[in-house]
Each structure stands twice: as structure tokens, then as C-alpha cells.
Write a protein that binds this ligand. Structure first.
Ligand code: ADP
Ligand code: MG
Length: 702
């Protein structure tokens, strides 16, 4: 096959091309050879100098690249070294860019650029490049270049390599063969390019030599490479259908999420104008899922989440995330999924996934052994890695796997995920904001039960969310009327639109449509909003002023000390305040977070605590309920009762405390009997006490 590619005149054209235009680049590479062994050339440079060479590169890439690499071998460099360089072309014309689902048979054998999101990668493994065979008849060593996946053996003992010319059997000698590093990756289509709910298609790509080990799952890449087919097999049978794969020629990393959004000068003018509008916050809120009625606070939270706070890297190496994590918990049918869906379409680089993910990687990442790796371990990215630099919208997060449950902490707080299993040892980035929704275990949300008991998520994980909103669906005549009006109105608007466009004898005018649609039209179009957010994230890095700082501090200290009993906040909440204030300043495109921003942050957290963090007995906020599921007053009561049990055990001959005595003793301390029973049950469930004899308790010794 290689012999067929050889073309003396093409090779000398390339040689001239390199010598006249890239001599100094090659000399530079020679200085670092063999650490550097690739020359990267922009397609448009070839096109400018020699259009017919450029055309050949696109249409006959194997031949072009083979001869270009041959030519590179013949170029003399100052060091006198013989270079064996890879010729890597980048920046292909736009029309040669394909999305995976559009790959067709006539693209095979041509050079194309395919963009996507890296989903999996195998370990780096050696692959035979030139295999050395020992002739079992005469002992000659016969070398065969390996350019396919299946091992190619000599058909006879070649005379031109000093062999006996007989048909013989051959034995592979690995110590005399040469190997090249190879790696297989899988990319999937970017979520932005997918039409409503379509599953992303995937493509396997082979990387060789100095390209291996460069990219990680979650990366956004453009792969320039040669599409080719690979015969499918069923057992040992070869089939007539083929799989499409790609041999990579070069890899280009895509930019950061919001840099991809282009903002023209005109856009900028409009953005600056909007930012000065005193109603900007309200307008933003009204641009979030306008077909959904109410949920104003939730929509405010989504706006803040879209803009996000500042992530910070401290001199001591600690990382503080800027992304705001939000959780919706609540009754079924309260438009939670709908909100997630809307945001995932609005924000660049966002991923919509379900907690009961079907892939092995789940929400985070995993090392798996599957067909793709052909027996080797593969590192596969889950939703939070794929949403790197975007927003991960996770529906039904309560249904996630145990493995996700344990790795989600790190993914949300440190924003990276480490996988160490088998030969794979990797750390993947998950710098995304998480917007999650959960349904209560028992179908309906119970205001009087701690959240963590209702949604099958450990308290430690819940405390990673900056905001948790409970969404209740309680009958309320006024609200129901408005909601019904809104939903029915939305449907009517949709009906009229369909009617006008499809019905032959429509009696509605476009005026009617416009009027009806007004209510459900977002104040800012999603395109404009994306540009606005991109502009703010790129240019605005607010710093809190002293007044704002003072306000948050006072609020925090006052709240923690508002009562001796309750500990309403943890330092984690304080960080949430900061993030929300920063995001709020960003919305105004302000470089300074002021008192107004601090107030907005306080207000929104207040709203959330009011709904989920209230101790139903004292009517006070208590973050302990969220963090541990037990309010501070409950906790005190438990301590008190444990003390009583201790004392009674010490006093009794058998060393245990009877249920009745505990209740009587506790009542003298002002704890009602039913509360005591509740606490005893809880302590027993937690394993803090046990019941050796019916109605007699003992403290568990650790
Ligand atoms: P959940 O995920 O909370 O169970 P969904 O997002 O699937 O609920 O919503 C169920 C349906 O009810 C959707 O069609 C949604 O549009 C509608 N719906 C629920 N609440 C509202 C609301 N406040 N405004 C408009 N539509 C709503
Ligand atoms: Mg749902």
C-alpha cells in the first residue's frame, strides 16, 4: 500500500514547498528533536502558496501526507540530524467541517474537520509500526510495515531482504520490531448542534505518536483527520457493512465557552444600553422560561446562576469556585424539568442529563472496560465533565448511582474529578454550575420533614448547593386561577400560531397572534441573552466594596447569634452570599459589588431558608436542618436525653435505663413525652443506643 502512495514528483514539489517557506520552522523543530517531531502547517498557507497541493491535501490526504513526510526526511538541517517528522495540517476550510451525523460514504478517504466533545479515551498503548519476522526455514529477519489494524505477515521470505524466497511460516520478534504510541478516543456531537432531544452521535478516532495523551474527556476539540471505514466483524466472519472511524492528523482545542459567543460592536452598544436600565434585573427574570408561570425567585436564581461569581485561585493553592449550584426539590408536575430544560438550551456548553444516567460514567467519570477499549480500560466522562465551563442540568438527581453519590462532592466543590482505577489515573475538570432537580421519595413534599430524609441525598451533598428551593403544589384559589389562565393562554397562543400557519381557512390575523404571544415572549431573546452573559463573563470581574462586605458580615454575625440555641449559618452560606453578590454586580456590568448586590444576595438566600431551613418548632432558620437533617434544638434534646440515659445506666444494677424512667426524667427537664419517644427512636435508628431487653436501653460504646 505504501508503495502505491509513493510519487516522486509530488514528493519533490513538497520538498521545494518546505525549503522555500518553512526552512526556519524546521530548523527550530530540529533543535528540540526528537521531543518535538511534528510540523504544524495552516491549510491556508498551503493554499496561498500552491493551491493544487492544497487541493491534494483535502482529496487525497494519505498520498499527500505520505509524500510530504518523505520530503521532510530529505531536508537537511544545520545539526545534520536526520529528521522523521509528522506533517500536521490545521485550520481546514469551513466547508470541510462536518458534524458527525452528516458523515457519508463519499467522505471516506478525504481530509475533514470534525468537532465534538471528547467522551472517552483509552490508555496509551504501543502499536506495531514495523514488524520483524523470523523465517522458520532459513532464519532471515523479514520486516513488514504495518499500516492496518490487522497484523500483516510476509507472504514469502522476501529475497530483497536477504531471504530464501520460499513460502514459510514466520514468527514475530517483538524485540526487533518498532512500535508507535497509539490511543483511541471517542468524540460526540456538541450538544448545541443537536435538534431537540436528539441523542448525540459518536465517532471513534485513532491518535498516534506525539498526539497521544494530550486530550482528556470533557475537552472540546476539532479533529482534523482522514475518515475511513473499518470492516465489521461478527466473530471471525467479515461483514459487508463498515464502521466509520478517523485517523487524526491534528487536533485543535476549542476556546473557552463564552469566548465562542461572538459579540459585535453593535451588540456591545445594545448590551451597554440594557445594563444601564434600572429594570434590568426584572427584564432578565422575565426572560427566563416565560411560559412558566410564577416561580419568580427561582427565575432570579437562574439569572444569577447564568452569570456566576468569580472563581479564585489563592496563593496557597486553594481553589474557590465561582459557579453557583442550585437545587429544586418539590412536588411532581411543578415545572422543575421544564426549567432545567430551558436553561440547558439557553446557556452555552450546557448538558441536560438525568440522575439515572444510562452510561457507565454516570454524572461524573469512570474507568470502564467495554467494547470500545477492545479489552483495555477506557476513561469515560459523565455529565459534569462534559458540561465543563457550562451548566450541568441534572434532572432527578436523587436517582443517581452510589458511585456518583460519593464522587459528586469533589466534583461540585473542587470542580474536578479524580479517577484512579486499573491503569488509569486521571483528574478531569468539572468547572460547571450545577442546576439539579429532585423529586421527594414519597411522591409529595412534606414541609415538616427534613429535606435529606425526603430526597435520598446525603446532607453533606445537599450543603454543596448554594440555593435549595422547595416547590410545593398546594391548592390556592387565587394562584390556581392565575396559573390556569397562564397555561391555557400559552396553549391558546400556540394554537393560534399553528392555526395561522397551517390551516387553509384561518380566521385569525397575525395581529391576534402577536397579542397572544406577547405574554409568553421572553423580554430578551435567547441569542441576545447569551451575548450579554458572554460579554459580562469575559469583561466584568466585580470586587466587593467595603459597605457590601460590612453588610454581609453584619448579617452573618447577627444571624448566627440571633438566638443562643440555633446556629443558622455555616461559613459555606457566607461563600454563597459572596458568589451571588458578584453575579448580581455582573448583571449590571459593574466592576464593583455594592450594598444593593449584597441585599439581593441576602434576599434570595433568605427566601430559600424561609422555605427549607426553618425549624418547625422554634420558627427560626437553622442551616443545621439542611446540613445534618437535625435542627439545633432537636440536637440539644438528643444530647440531653443521652445524658439522662447515661445517668440512669450508671445508677441501675443491670446497667440499663428503662423507657419509663427516661420519659419521667426527661419530663422534669421540660421535654414532652412524645418528643422523648421520637428521640429514642431516632437514637436507636442511628445506632447511638440499643435495646438489649424490651424497653430497656443502653448506650453504644465506641
Ligand atoms: P416536574 O419535573 O416538576 O415533575 P414538569 O416540568 O414535567 O414537572 O412539568 C409538568 C407540566 O406542567 C409541564 O408541561 C409544565 O409546563 C406544566 N407546568 C407546571 N407548573 C407550571 C407553571 N407554573 N407554569 C406553566 N406550566 C406549568
Ligand atoms: Mg420532572
Amino acid at each position: 500500500m505504501l508503495k502505491l502512495l509513493k510519487d516522486k514528483s509530488l514528493s519533490s514539489t513538497w520538498q521545494n514547498f518546505f525549503e522555500e517557506n518553512f526552512k526556519s520552522d524546521i530548523e527550530n523543530i530540529a533543535l528540540e528533536y526528537p521531543d518535538k517531531r511534528s510540523i504544524f502547517i495552516d491549510y491556508w498557507d498551503i493554499d496561498r502558496i500552491n493551491p493544487s497541493l492544497a487541493e491534494g491535501v483535502l482529496n487525497q490526504p494519505y498520498k499527500s501526507i505520505f509524500n510530504a513526510e518523505e520530503a521532510l526526511k530529505n531536508i537537511d538541517v544545520a545539526s545534520g540530524e536526520k529528521l522523521n517528522l509528522h506533517f500536521r495540517i490545521k485550520n481546514l476550510p469551513e466547508i470541510n467541517r462536518l458534524i458527525i451525523r452528516n458523515i457519508r460514504a463519499n467522505h471516506l478517504g478525504t481530509l475533514k474537520a470534525v468537532d465534538g466533545l471528547v467522551k472517552k479515551r483509552t490508555e496509551v498503548r504501543p502499536k506495531l509500526q514495523v514488524a520483524a519476522f523470523l523465517c522458520q526455514k532459513c532464519g532471515a529477519i523479514i520486516k513488514v510495515e504495518q499500516d492496518e489494524d490487522i497484523l500483516k505477515e510476509p507472504t514469502e521470505c522476501y529475497a530483497d531482504q536477504g531471504g530464501c524466497e520460499r513460502i514459510s511460516s514466520f514468527k514475530l520478534v517483538t524485540s526487533l520490531s518498532s512500535f508507535i504510541d497509539s490511543q483511541k478516543i471517542e468524540i460526540q456531537e456538541n450538544p448545541e448542534g443537536l435538534r431537540g432531544g436528539a441523542q448525540p452521535e459518536r465517532l471513534s478516532i485513532y491518535l498516534e505518536d506525539d498526539m497521544v495523551g494530550e486530550i482528556a474527556p470533557g475537552d472540546r476539540v476539532i479533529i482534523n483527520g482522514i475518515l475511513h471505514s473499518m470492516q465489521r466483524r461478527r466473530g471471525t466472519f467479515k461483514l459487508t457493512s463498515f464502521d466509520k472511524t478517523m485517523d487524526a492528523v491534528s487536533i485543535e482545542n476549542e476556546q473557552l465557552a463564552f469566548e465562542e459567543v461572538e459579540v459585535s460592536e453593535e451588540d456591545e452598544k445594545e448590551i451597554l444600553k440594557v445594563s444601564r436600565d434600572p429594570k434590568v434585573y426584572q427584564l432578565m427574570q422575565q426572560s427566563m422560561a416565560p411560559t412558566i408561570y410564577g416561580m419568580d425567585v427561582e427565575k432570579d436564581a437562574l439569572v444569577l446562576q447564568l452569570f456566576g461569581g468569580l472563581s479564585k485561585r489563592m496563593p496557597d493553592g486553594t481553589y474557590i469556585r465561582g459557579d453557583i449550584h442550585t437545587l429544586f426539590v418539590g412536588d411532581p408536575g411543578t415545572a422543575k424539568s421544564q426549567m432545567l430544560n430551558y436553561l440547558s438550551k439557553l446557556a452555552p456548553r450546557s448538558i441536560y442529563a438525568s440522575g439515572k444516567a444510562s452510561s457507565a460514567a454516570g454524572l461524573t467519570a469512570a474507568a470502564v472496560r467495554d467494547e470500545f477499549g477492545e479489552g483495555q480500560w477506557t476513561l469515560e466522562a459523565g455529565a459534569l465533565v462534559l458540561a465543563d465551563m457550562g451548566i450541568a442540568c441534572i434532572d432527578e438527581i436523587d436517582k443517581m448511582s452510589d458511585q456518583d453519590r460519593s464522587s459528586l462532592h469533589q466534583a461540585m466543590e473542587q470542580q474536578e474529578i479524580s479517577v484512579a482505577k486499573a491503569g488509569i489515573n486521571a483528574t478531569l475538570k468539572s468547572r460547571c454550575a450545577v442546576l439539579a432537580a429532585a423529586n421527594p421519595k414519597l411522591g409529595r413534599f412534606d414541609e415538616f420533614m427534613p429535606i435529606h430524609e425526603q430526597i435520598n441525598m446525603p446532607p453533606a451533598l445537599l450543603s454543596r448547593f448554594d440555593l435549595i428551593f422547595s416547590i410545593l403544589d398546594k391548592p390556592n384559589r387565587d394562584r390556581d386561577t392565575e396559573l390556569a389562565t397562564h397555561i391555557l393562554h400559552t396553549h391558546k397562543a400556540g394554537e393560534v400560531k399553528e392555526n395561522i400557519s397551517k390551516s387553509l381557512k384561518s380566521k385569525f390575523s397575525s395581529k391576534d397572534e402577536e397579542k397572544l404571544m406577547e405574554m409568553v415572549m421572553p423580554k430578551f431573546s435567547p441569542e441576545f441573552l447569551r451575548k450579554y452573559v458572554a460579554y459580562a463573563k469575559r469583561n466584568i470581574f466585580p470586587v466587593m466594596n467595603d459597605d457590601a462586605l460590612e453588610m454581609l458580615k453584619t448579617y452573618y454575625v447577627n444571624f448566627r447569634n440571633s438566638s443562643e440555641e440555633t446556629v443558622p449559618f455555616t461559613p459555606r452560606q457566607l461563600e454563597a452570599f459572596v458568589r451571588l453578590s458578584e453575579a448580581s454586580a455582573r448583571i449590571r456590568l459593574s466592576e464593583e459589588a455594592n450594598v444593593e448586590d449584597a441585599k439581593r444576595a441576602i434576599n434570595i438566600i433568605d427566601q430559600y431558608l424561609r422555605r427549607v431551613g426553618i425549624d418547625k418548632e422554634t420558627g427560626k432558620f437553622d442551616i443545621d436542618i439542611i446540613a445534618t437533617g437535625i435542627s439545633h434544638s432537636q440536637h440539644d434534646r438528643m444530647r440531653n436525653i443521652i445524658d439522662i440515659i447515661h445517668r440512669l445506666c450508671d445508677e441501675s444494677k443491670e446497667g440499663n435505663a428503662s423507657r419509663n424512667d427516661i420519659i419521667i426524667e426527661a419530663e422534669t427537664n421540660g421535654i414532652a413525652a412524645d418528643k422523648v419517644r421520637e428521640v429514642l427512636d431516632r437514637l436507636k435508628r442511628n445506632g447511638q443506643i440499643y435495646e438489649p431487653i424490651h424497653d430497656k436501653y443502653k448506650i453504644t460504646e465506641y
